[in-house]
Design a binder for this molecule. Structure first.
Ligand code: DAK
Length: 257
């Protein structure tokens, strides 16, 4: 299996598992990961997903062996890697837990997640220019919106690597955690998120992502409409009642009528 799935409480840990090729993304890994996540995405008992690799490597990018002999017709007719768009449609929050290399498609995969948490030894980069191509899973777009045009141009045109510290300072990484307790701390953080209303988490994720695709005016209307809609959920009643009763809210206990 190229991807291992494990459930801990309300969190799914998806672990890339192709050590011999440094977790490079071939087509079967892409399908395994996405089909697995689709199943958990609609499961009300799952509130958050952690995507990770090994200590040495998160993911060394698209599988160069699989791609090397393809020509334009193959890539175009297969819509090679077009299926990654389904990953971007997963509604449940996804945290990329990055240790070691996250290069090329690996960096793009991390950027398709909602939050990137890295170890101090993490190395990011879009080295495709060194292979005679460009990023092909959204890297030119997502990196630019995360770090700005000047930095994205520097990184993609030079193909140079980015340390965890530089990635953090650039806004690519949300936080850095020391290696020793890395995955445990990320899972603990994911468990905390997963205690909140899944409906509210999905609404928050969708609204933030919407901000990248529309005007401020349209984004504010979109936010307000979803905010209004959440008043039709049991979780909103529970959250506000619990606050007034000075107790901890218990979310995700939807009534099954
Ligand atoms: N693909 C396939 N195999 C890979 C690989 C990859 N991306 N990265 C590493 N490997 C394999 C190596 O070939 C080696 O295999 P063996 O020789 O043992 O059989 C094994 O993993 C160990 O790698 P190294 O011996 O190189 O290990 P090192 O520690 O010395 O170096 C490294 C680690 C991560 C710095 C190095 O492996 C490396 O530079 N890897 C390649 C990183 C890279 O260039 N990534 C970008 C790949 S291209 C698209 C358009 C473009 C793309 C996709 C779609 N469309 C338009 C749809 C391109 C995307 C990319 O990601």
């Amino acid at each position: 299996m190229n991807v291992l799935f494990e459930q801990i409480g309300r969190v799914i840990i998806a672990k890339l598992n192709r050590p011999s090729s440094l977790n490079a993304l071939n087509s079967s890994t892409m399908y395994e990961l996405i089909e697995g996540l689709k199943k958990y995405d609609t499961n009300p008992d799952i509130g958050c997903i952690v995507l990770t690799g090994s200590e040495r490597v998160f993911c060394a990018g698209a599988d160069i062996k699989e791609m090397s002999q393809k020509n334009f017709n193959d890539m175009f007719n297969e819509d090679y890697f077009g299926y990654w768009e389904v990953f971007a449609k997963v509604k449940t929050p996804i945290i990329a837990a990055v240790s070691g290399y996250a290069l090329g498609g690996g960096c793009e995969l991390a950027m398709m997640c909602d939050i990137i948490i890295a170890t101090e030894n993490a190395v990011f980069g879009q080295p495709e220019i060194k292979l005679g191509v460009i990023p092909g899973i959204g890297g030119t777009q997502r990196l630019t919106s995360l770090v700005g045009k000047a930095k994205a141009m520097d990184l993609i045109l030079s193909g140079r690597n980015l340390s965890a510290q530089e990635a953090f300072a650039s806004g690519l990484v949300s936080k850095i955690i020391a290696e020793q307790h890395f995955l445990n701390e990320v899972i603990q953080y994911a468990q905390e998120l997963a205690t909140y209303s899944k409906t509210a988490l999905i609404a928050a994720k969708e609204t933030i992502n919407q901000s990248l695709e529309c005007s401020l005016k349209d984004g504010i209307v979109f936010e307000r409409r979803l905010f209004h809609a959440l008043f039709n959920t049991d979780d909103q009643k529970e959250g506000m009642t619990a606050f007034l009763e000075k107790r901890t809210a218990t979310f995700n206990q939807q009534k099954t009528a």
